[in-house]
Every structure is written in C-alpha cells, then in structure tokens.
Design a protein around this ligand. Structure first.
Ligand SMILES: *Cc1c(COP(=O)(O)O)cnc(C)c1O
Length: 235
C-alpha cells in the first residue's frame, strides 16, 4: 500500500483505464472514498488528495465525523439505513444509496419535507438474491419505483445501487451488475420529474473495473485507498 494520496492517484488511473477500455468518458465515473472506520484526519488527507465524495455505512460515524471534515465534499449514505435514524442524517447527506422499502422511503420523504428539501436516493437492488444482503429483487423494482413516485413528493430517484457477492474471480459478478444496468436503462426512458436517473452505484475495491465496464458511474472504494479496516479500533 502507498500513501492515501498515492492510492487515490492509482485508483483514478485505473478508473480512467477501465472507462476508456469500455469506450466511456472517465469523467462519467465518480470515485466515492469509503471512509468507514477511518479517522477524520485520514478522511481530510483523502480530501486534500482530491477526494470529492465520501461514503459511510453507519449513521453514527457520519455524526461523529461530520463537523471535523474539511469540505466541500459530498456525503453518501451507502449502508443499510434504519427508519428511526433518518432524521439524524437528512440534512447532512447528498445521496442515500440504500433505499429498499416504501416504509424507509416514506420516512425519508417526511423528514425531507420538514427540511424543505428534496432528497436524492438510489434504490438498492440485490440482484444476486443473497439472503444476507439488503436490497430488493430486480422483479420488485417497478412496484417500489411507482409507489415512491406516487407517495413521496420530496424524493427524487437518481438510480440504483448494488453490492455484488464476494467472488474469488471478479468476472463472476459481472452478470449481477449487468442486471442492474438493465433496470437503469429500462427506467431511464420513463418521463417523470422525480425519476431522474443519473447514477449507477456499483463496484468496490475488488470489482470496480468490472463494474465500470458494465456501466457503473459511482464506484465505492475503501480498502484500496486506506488499506485493510481494523474493526477492533473503530472510532
Ligand atoms: C465498505 C463498503 C464499500 C467499500 O468496500 P471496499 O472493499 O473496502 O472497497 C463499498 N460499499 C459499501 C456499501 C460498503 O459498506
């Protein structure tokens, strides 16, 4: 592992190469530095090295670090979000990646309304149908989208998020990314002011190049920037 700065440079290069190999513009892929378990100091180093987007998977970590981060930076809630915690982050995050129920969407909508804002969200799709993961099945997507559009006026749906299963051979996960890209293309043709698809959040340290090839525009990378996580030392 190099320094945080070196690692970010390396990943930016790998992103650019993967995009170009797929005939895509590297500018169409945004890197989210996933900062769970990392100190505010490490996060600020990443920002100094050019990180513009940071992702956390726990509400408590966002609250602990929020005031110590030297922005401007976009905050992404990438982990499972409990309904009773929406109120703590509604005014802090720019994009919630993990909406997988109408119940959660309605609470986000209610809190967004109180703050006079429209919250951008992604629908989390569990295309591999792994029991252990959150997210809806691909076949449930249409119903959830239409329910949210009908009932949640302060939500704008910006795309989909997917966490691929772990695979020794990253190529094995391409099929799961492809299924989510198909949803993105399909619902991208629907005309609705609150269904404004822009983001496909797919790919982590071990599979982001394949995700980019399959159409990802938001890659969530932690370990390859900051090194292995030490959960024992979690702040
Ligand atoms: C931790 C996490 C990541 C980053 O994983 P790495 O393998 O460390 O790159 C991406 N997405 C989600 C939802 C995560 O929780």
């Amino acid at each position: 592992m190099g320094t945080i700065r070196e690692n970010i440079r390396t990943i930016e290069m790998r992103i650019a190469e993967a995009a170009e190999a797929a005939g895509r513009d590297p500018k169409d892929v945004t890197l989210i530095a996933v900062t769970k378990t990392r100190s505010a100091e490490e996060i600020n180093q990443a920002i100094e090295a050019g990180a513009t987007d940071i992702g956390e998977n726990k509400v408590q970590e966002i609250l602990d670090k929020f005031d110590q981060i030297q922005g401007p930076v976009r905050w992404h809630m990438i982990g499972h979000l409990q309904t009773n915690k929406v109120k703590y982050i509604i005014d802090k995050v720019d994009l919630i990646h993990s909406v997988d129920s109408l119940h959660l969407a309605e609470e986000i909508d209610r809190r967004a309304k109180q703050h006079n804002k429209t919250m951008d969200i992604l629908i989390q799709v569990n295309s591999a149908q792994e029991e252990s993961k959150f997210g809806i099945g691909t076949e449930e997507t249409e119903q959830l989208l239409s329910d949210i559009l009908e009932r949640c006026e302060n939500i704008r749906i910006r795309g989909f998020m997917c966490i691929a299963p772990y695979a020794e051979e990253p190529e094995e996960v391409a099929v799961y990314f492809r299924q989510v890209k198909e949803l993105y293309d399909r619902f991208g043709t629907v005309k609705h002011e609150r269904l404004d698809l822009k983001w496909l959040s797919m790919g982590m340290s071990n599979d982001f190049e394949i995700a980019i090839r399959e159409g990802s525009s938001l890659v969530r990378v932690g370990t390859a920037i900051f090194g292995p996580r030490d959960y024992g030392k979690q702040i």
